[in-house]
Design a protein around this ligand. Structure first.
Ligand SMILES: [Zn+2]
Length: 411
C-alpha cells in the first residue's frame, strides 16, 4: 500500500504569512529586474516598482490586464504584447481567443507538484492524464508536476474513453488527472465493461466539482481533490486533504478585487481573482481573470499557512451589486445548499424607495415555520445581506433559469 499520509511537500507551505508576503515581494523585485519582457518592465517603471522598495501599494498602481483583452494585447505588439521574455520560452500553447500561453524552462514550470502531492500522489503512482495534449497547456502543466514527483504518466488525452478505460484497468492506474466529468464517464465505462478500477487519488480541475459527484468518487475509495489555475499563469491554488478551500501557491501574488471599484474586497467577501505571476518568463502583472472567489485567511488545521480561495463561485459578469455589496449567484447557491429541504429557489433584486431589496423565493414544504428565518440566516452568513424570504409551495417557481435576477431599473 502506498503511504499517502499528508505531509508538506515544501517547507514554504508552512511559512508564517508575513514572511511569505515578504518573500513574494522580494521575488517580484528579482523578476522585474531580470526579465526581458519589455511591457512588464514599462508597467513596473511607471508604477515605481523598479525604484527602491517593492510593496503592494506600488503593485496596485499597475493597471489591470483583463484576460479578455489578451488576444488584442498579444496581437498588437510582438512578441505576445511585450509581456514575454522570448529567450526563455520552451513551449507555446494556443488557448481559445486566441490567447497564446508561453511555458518557460525548468522542471514543473506551472507549479503543479505541490498540488499533486497534497492530493496524495506519490512516486510510483501510475497516472492517467486525461487533459488535452494538443494546443492548450493543462496536460503539460500536470506532466511537469508528475515528472518532479516521480509518477508514471499515461498520456491519455481527451476522448477514446474505451481505450483509456481498458488501459487504466490493465495498467492498474492508481491516479487520475482531468476534469471531474470525464472521471465520471470513465468510471461508468469501466463499470459497464466489468473492468476493475484501481484509482486511489484524483486531481480534478477546469470545471466545478459538485459535492455530490465528489461523494460518489470517494464512496468508491477514490480520494478527489481540486486545484485552480489559468492557462496563462499555471496553478494558482490547490486543496489540501481538509478539502475546505484551496491554498494559494507562493508562485503568484493574488488579490481579490471589487470588480467595479478595483479596490481590495474586505475579508470574507467575494472579489475578482487578480494574479501577478512571479516568474521572469511571462511576468503578467495583475491579470484580472474574471473568476470570482472569496479569500479565507483563518489558519487551516492541515498546517499549510497560505490563505485559501473558498472555491470559484463563477464569473464576474454574473455578479450584481446589492446595497453596495457585490453578490454572486455562487454564494446564493451555496446558501441554498445548506437547506436540503429547499427544492428550488430564485433570488430577485428590486429597488423600492431608492433602496435595494433582496428577495428569496424558495420552494419548500410550507409545514416548517422556521425555514424562512434559517434560510435568511444562511444568506446573511454568506453575503452579509439581509434577504426577505418567501416560502412557496413546490412547483410554484416553474423552470428556474437564473439563480439571481436583477429587476432594478436605472433611469
Ligand atoms: Zn489546508
Amino acid at each position: 500500500m502506498v503511504d499517502r499520509t499528508d505531509r508538506l511537500f515544501a517547507p514554504e507551505e508552512a511559512l508564517p504569512p508575513d514572511r511569505r508576503l515578504a518573500r513574494q515581494l522580494e521575488r517580484l523585485q528579482e523578476v522585474l529586474s531580470q526579465t526581458g519582457a519589455v511591457a512588464a518592465r514599462e508597467r513596473a517603471q511607471q508604477a515605481g516598482l523598479l525604484d527602491g522598495e517593492v510593496n503592494l501599494d506600488k503593485l496596485r498602481r499597475v493597471p489591470l490586464i483583463r484576460k479578455e483583452d489578451l488576444p488584442r494585447v498579444q496581437a498588437e505588439r510582438w512578441p505576445l504584447g511585450g509581456w514575454v521574455w522570448w529567450e526563455r520560452v520552451r513551449r507555446l500553447f494556443v488557448s481559445p481567443g486566441p490567447i497564446f500561453d508561453p511555458e518557460g524552462p525548468g522542471p514543473d514550470y506551472w507549479g503543479c507538484a505541490v498540488a499533486l502531492h497534497a492530493a496524495g500522489f506519490r512516486p510510483g503512482d501510475v497516472v492517467l492524464n486525461t487533459f488535452s495534449y494538443h494546443l492548450t497547456p493543462a496536460a503539460w502543466m500536470m506532466e511537469g508536476g508528475f515528472q518532479v514527483l516521480g509518477a508514471v504518466v499515461v498520456p491519455g488525452g481527451v476522448g477514446n474513453t474505451e481505450i483509456q478505460a481498458r488501459a487504466a484497468s490493465q495498467l492498474r492506474a492508481t491516479g487520475y488527472a482531468g476534469t471531474p466529468s470525464f472521471l465520471a464517464t470513465l468510471l461508468q465505462r469501466m463499470d459497464d465493461l466489468g473492468l476493475p478500477a484501481y484509482f486511489q487519488v484524483a486531481l480534478v480541475t477546469a470545471e466545478p466539482l459538485p459535492a455530490s459527484l465528489r461523494a460518489r468518487f470517494e464512496a468508491r475509495g477514490l480520494r478527489t481533490q481540486q486545484a485552480y489555475g489559468t492557462a496563462d499563469v499555471g496553478l494558482v491554488a490547490y486543496e489540501c486533504p481538509r478539502k475546505d478551500g484551496m491554498h494559494l501557491l507562493d508562485r503568484c501574488l493574488v488579490e481579490l478585487l471589487d470588480p467595479h471599484t478595483h479596490q481590495p474586497v474586505p475579508p470574507g467577501q467575494p472579489g475578482e481573482v487578480v494574479v501577478t505571476l512571479l516568474d521572469p518568463t511571462y511576468p503578467l502583472l495583475r491579470l484580472a481573470t474574471g473568476d470570482v472567489s472569496v479569500l479565507v485567511e483563518q489558519p487551516c488545521p492541515c498546517g499549510r499557512t497560505a490563505p485559501r480561495l473558498a472555491g470559484i463561485l463563477g464569473r464576474v459578469a454574473e455578479a450584481v451589486k446589492v446595497r453596495g455589496v457585490f453578490v454572486h449567484p455562487g454564494q446564493l447557491r451555496e446558501a441554498a445548499a445548506r437547506h436540503p429541504e429547499v427544492q428550488r429557489f430564485q433570488f430577485v433584486v428590486r429597488r423600492t424607495a431608492d433602496r435595494d431589496e433582496l428577495l428569496a423565493k424558495v420552494e419548500a414544504d410550507p409545514q416548517d415555520p422556521d425555514l424562512a428565518r434559517r434560510f435568511a440566516e444562511s444568506v446573511q452568513a454568506l453575503t452579509t445581506l439581509r434577504a426577505e424570504v418567501e416560502i412557496l409551495p413546490p412547483g410554484a417557481l416553474g423552470q428556474v433559469d437564473r439563480v439571481l435576477v436583477d429587476e432594478r431599473r436605472w433611469d
